[in-house]
Design a protein around this ligand. Sequence first.
Ligand SMILES: [Zn+2]
Length: 461
Amino acid sequence: MENKNQNNELSIFAEILPNVKSMTVNVGLPNKKDESSYKFGIYPLKLIFESQPPPNKATLPIKIEVPLVQTIETSEQPIVTNSEESIDIKLKLRTFVRKRPAKRDISTSETYQSPFSSTEISSLKNILCGMCKERCIKENTLNKILDMPSEHWLELIDCWMCHQENYKHAIIGDIVAKENVGLVGNTYFLMHPNNVRENVLRVDVEESQEIDIIMDLKKANIMKLDNLVDTTSPKLNHAHLFQHWAKGMSKKWISMNCSRCLASIGEGLYCKSNEELILLAVRFSKYMTLIELGGSEDVNVKESIIRKYKFTAFFAGDFLEAAKAHATYRFIIKGKRFRRPYILIWLFGWDSKIMMNALEGSKPFRPFSKNVEEDCSIIESNLKICDVMKILYVDCTTIEQDVTSTRLMEQWQKDKTVEHFIYQDDICLELLLLLRKSTSCLPFSKRHMNDFLVGFMDMNG
Ligand SMILES: [Zn+2]
């Protein structure tokens, strides 16, 4: 077994580019360059990297063997470029000559489905708060679990129908939940309030207050100070909320929290009717909840399984769906609360494969909670191949210092072909952390592309 600290001296990052049948390997060199000698072996199905320190040094030699799943064309000369920090090796992957016509290569993105589809959760027992595991659904009340149509289905209808008027009311956000039927979207479950246990959810007070203030501003075009005094009161009742409800906006999604631990859990669709606020539907975020599935068909077996996926697995679903529906690869990620952009994303590749060992021993997420640390672990540093989306991004939280990025953000905001995604603010920040972390794992020379940072997001959850 090799010493882990010593492995740090040869950090390896490899990227497989399936579309051009090539693989680039970057070997980082130590800062102190004493007279170590390096030996790299390239074989059809493995790579070997060795370093031999000078004989008078106490350090041990290092040997790292990287097994490959794709064959390297060893008859072709690799292209080697080196700099102060690293050595870059570009290798060609072998293309096999087949006797029979090849099956079409099916890429990950084509078959990708967001986790927790209706088939996967057919034995759904309950939806739990992701933080304190409080059960949210009334036991045994759901008769059916169905996948929702694509978020873009309405636009598709627009393409087929000549008489659109009839369909104008059917905005997807307003799909009304049906009692005892669970609907499954890419990133959420939609439930009827009657299926939700009483008093397990409460409306996010802070957010509903902010909505009030914004709506008041829009309505009156001024902010009255005495209104503000009222709305900042911590006790917000429904009657008060209604008082500030803007005319013409009869339905509104408001964040809902777990009433036991106050963790964010989803959103409720509220509507006003006869001076009263009515909860029409509840949307549980897939990435803020745990899913309890029945363990077995046998009713006598009480044991159940609790499952969770990382938020990136659901985001990947959203991104790929938008890419397919609109052929757009540029997204603005906005926070729910103030509609403020956090990240500009350019989906650069969605069938990338990478492997690395650069993270060995480093724990950059210690200062954050355990959830964040787990969520933001992208790629294991074990030199195993990982399916990722390659993402070019701009961090909008630090954008003020940068004129080029600010201009880019303004351009994208105006551009109708750029898709906007709105997520809970803490999840936007987590995505930003994850991308930042993935960038820090890359060799220095690969961290930037034009005005963007280069990062990765895993698709496996
Ligand atoms: Zn909770």
